[in-house]
Design a protein around this ligand. Structure first.
Ligand SMILES: *Cc1c(COP(=O)(O)O)cnc(C)c1O
Length: 209
């Protein structure tokens, strides 16, 4: 598996796409193997695990994915390389307040699946939300992130995300979209980062968890 990861990462890199290995369900040993194979970017959804692994492997980039509770903001401020799931101004303020000596790259999470329970700002809210974020000098908005709805056509969701980026008055370089089941389509639609968990790690990731 590690050598396949190496190949995949290189071929994506040549297409201008960064491979984020989502290690949220993976053991330290699996992470170590990937690092040995040259993997630099990892995604985590639990702030404490992100902190622990960032302390253990400070040479890697630890990307925060998924919902964040206010009392965990400090871990993201201190240890996240990039925060992919920003969709709440109060949380943005909390994280920004605790960032020291750098600007934290963030992506705005958009709800592109039209599912009410999904996280993210709606396409209509994007421009005002972006404008509000500009008050936080410690945060650097670099792009948009979205997830296709399960069981629906991912291509139309990714096209929507891409269109939302084009419509913004500011040019944002990054589009974080595509997971194990739909990353090839995401790249066709302009992804600059794909976030792969199950496709890279164990075929049965939850079993040893
Ligand atoms: C878990 C997770 C992934 C990886 O999902 P896989 O289907 O295992 O590739 C990607 N993005 C986010 C936001 C996640 O929470």
């Amino acid at each position: 598996m590690p050598h396949q990861v190496n190949q995949l990462r290189n071929s994506l890199f040549q297409q201008g796409v960064r491979l984020i290995a989502v290690s949220k369900y993976s053991s330290d040993r699996e992470v170590e193997q990937m690092i040995a194979d040259g993997q630099l970017d990892f995604g985590e959804s639990r702030p404490q695990q992100l902190r622990d692994r960032a302390q253990q492997w400070p040479q890697c980039h630890w990307h925060m994915l998924g919902p964040l509770q206010k009392n965990k903001a400090k871990y993201i401020a201190a240890y996240a390389h990039t925060w992919h799931s920003l969709c709440d101004l109060a949380l943005a303020a909390e994280v920004a307040k605790q960032v020291r000596n750098r600007r934290l790259p963030v992506l705005i999470q958009l709800n592109i699946s039209a599912e009410a329970q999904k996280q993210g700002v709606t396409p209509d809210e994007l421009e005002p939300f972006y404008a509000q974020l500009c008050q936080f000098k410690q945060l650097h908005v670099v792009g948009l992130m979205g997830m296709a709805a399960k069981g629906s056509d991912p291509r139309s969701s990714f096209q929507l995300l891409s269109q939302c980026r084009s419509k913004l008055s500011t040019v944002l370089p990054e589009l974080s979209m595509g997971m194990s089941s739909d990353w090839k389509i995401a790249i066709e639609e302009g992804a600059t980062m794909v976030r792969l968990g199950r496709a890279l790690f164990d075929a049965n990731p939850l079993s040893d968890h």
